[in-house]
Ligand binder design. Structure first.
Ligand code: G1P
Ligand code: ZN
Length: 547
């Protein structure tokens, strides 16, 4: 071991915008390129982490532009702050769920994920830093608030002068008292998936002729998907497309939805469709599931997965409970009711699931925004969701469409859509919310277009484990027939504000289970505008995205 490193104290001044949102600190690359900007944020995290001396830290990212440079900065800060062991994915690549697994498996103090999730990458695009704590989950609000407060007064950070570490070679380096280890990005994650699922059953199903296509969108899941689907499960070579992570994701948004993964959608709706299609986002925590001729909305996917999870080895003893974010449709609630297990409604953002998972109150969690996962990690997990579907299909030997239709016949269908108004002036967006908040008290009991509002509130979450309260998590307008309208502002955007309106209607009539979603919701969408007045106030004529 060489002890001849020199720890440098760099004087700095705070940047007052280092406030992490629902998924860490997310800004444009040029913001992160300001002198000392990433260093200040990372040092602020270390400063509120207690004693980091000798502890383990995981670092990785989704391969986007600036990833490699921030990793080198983070390594120097970690060494200077006295971490004992820093584990970094080869080529700087680690998916968000893989980081969560590594933290838990190797008992690290925490992990730094460099990603702006599904947002585009490149010199003028987005970058982000997330921090996960020792349970493998995103740092809770208490922690991120403390880091933010620290970043407002930070006047120095610690670093060392060393040459860059070669991230392309697996192996160990020693800098002072710190071991820097470049690890295989995929191995630990793939092993965990083999422990959860029946790979033999999936392999046999694929051998029998079942076909799939996975779109890695030139983002982090490429190497994982190649190894798991093609190598370990025997899917034909080329089943994984866009498999090489690129700094700009090939110029696309690595967002697996009907807009940005339209090619995959079109393929699954075509005559040449494989049996199954799926995609994941920039950092590998989201998933999109499409069967031949049938797109599965994330809220439905959560419900179907929960109802069938017992068919899979890791969940054969049944689920402890199900949790969903508040705006996610209530489809999963019906499954929990039938299974007689707990159902939890938490605010948007994965960190709110952590306590429920840690205390074995919930086993499966999901969000309408294409995030699903279980207690195997403390993040949403795109490839896990795909494998869960594959394992269920391999056992049931029915098509995706048949499974979903059967589910609806049994439980009824929650028609559901999200209407986004992006790029709204922040003040105008706040005005929409403020006006609506002012109306809430008078809404309950009123009828609009023949629909009666039972309750209207600003969702506040009381965490059943630590009793903490998170207020103002979105406005809920609940109708007496089970319909819901939810409104909230996005916490992940990087320019202006995004107003998200979520609309949901329950349908149990067997003859009305195959309607077009927007048509099925048309009446409620009109009612939403009457109540929220988003178009009237913002001047937008239509949503910028309908999901
Ligand atoms: C969005 C999604 C939310 C998800 C988050 C991070 O946040 O709506 O479900 O947890 O991205 O992937 P929002 O922009 O709505 O705050
Ligand atoms: Zn993501």
């Amino acid at each position: 071991m060489s002890d001849d490193i020199v720890i440098k104290t760099v004087a700095t001044k705070p940047y007052l915008d280092q406030m992490p949102g629902t998924s860490g600190l997310r800004k444009k690359v040029p913001v992160f390129q300001q002198e000392n900007y990433p260093e200040n944020f990372i040092q602020s995290i270390f400063d509120v982490s207690g004693d980091v001396k000798g502890k383990k830290l995981v670092i990785g990212g989704d391969g986007r532009f600036y990833n490699d440079q921030v990793i080198q900065k983070a390594i120097r800060l970690a060494v200077a702050n006295g971490f004992g062991h820093v584990m970094i994915g080869q080529n700087g690549i680690l998916s968000t769920p893989a980081v969560s697994n590594l933290i838990r498996k190797y008992k690290a103090l925490g992990g730094i994920v460099l990603s702006a999730s599904h947002n585009p990458g490149g010199p003028k695009q987005d970058f982000g830093i997330k921090y996960n704590i020792s349970n493998g989950g995103p740092a809770p609000e208490k922690f991120t608030n403390a880091a933010f407060e620290r970043s407002k007064v930070i006047d120095q950070y610690l670093t060392v002068e060393t040459s860059d570490i070669d991230l392309s070679q697996i192996g160990k380096h020693q800098i002072g008292a710190t071991t820097i280890e470049i690890i295989d990005s995929v191995a630990d994650y793939a092993e965990m998936m083999e422990d959860i699922f029946d790979f033999d059953a999936i392999r046999a199903y694929i051998q029998s002729g079942f076909t799939l296509q996975f779109d890695a969108m030139h983002a982090v899941t490429g190497p994982y998907a190649k190894e798991i689907f093609e190598k370990r499960l025997g899917a034909a070579e080329g089943s994984v497309i866009n498999a090489v992570p690129l700094p700009d994701f090939g110029g696309q948004h690595p967002d697996p939805n009907l807009i940005y993964a339209k090619g995959l959608y079109d393929l699954l709706m075509s005559d040449n469709a494989p049996d199954f299609g799926a995609a994941s986002d920039g950092d590998g925590d989201r998933n999109m599931i499409i069967g031949r001729g049938m797109f599965v909305a994330p809220s439905d996917s959560l419900a179907v997965l929960a109802a069938n999870a017992h068919l899979v080895p890791a969940y054969s003893a049944g689920l402890k409970g199900i949790a969903r974010s508040m705006p996610t449709s209530c489809a999963a609630d019906r499954v929990a009711e039938k299974l007689k297990i707990g159902m939890y409604e938490v605010p948007t953002g994965w960190k709110f699931f952590g306590n429920l998972l840690d205390h074995q109150m919930a086993t499966i969690c999901g969000e309408e925004s294409a995030g699903t996962s279980s207690d195997h990690v403390r993040e949403k997990d795109g490839l896990w969701a795909v494998l869960l579907w594959l394992n269920i299909l391999a056992v049931r030997r029915q098509s995706v469409a048949d499974i979903v239709n059967e589910h609806w016949r049994h439980f009824g269908r929650n028609y559901y859509s999200r209407h986004d108004f992006e790029g709204v002036d922040t003040e105008v967006a706040n005005k929409v919310m403020q006006r609506l908040r002012g109306e809430l008290a008078s809404l309950a009991g009123t009828s609009i277009d023949g629909q009666t509002i039972e309750k209207a509130d600003d969702f506040a979450y009381h965490d059943p484990v630590d009793q903490s309260v998170s207020a103002h998590q979105g406005i809920r307008i609940l109708f007496d027939n089970g319909s819901r309208i939810v409104v909230r502002l996005s916490g992940t955007g990087t320019t202006g504000a995004t107003i998200r309106i979520y609309i949901e209607r329950y349908e149990a009539d067997e003859d009305k289970l195959a309607l077009d979603t927007q048509e099925a919701l048309a009446e409620l969408i009109a009612i939403a505008e009457k109540i929220i007045q988003v178009k009237a106030i913002t001047g937008f004529e239509t949503p910028t995205a309908i999901i």
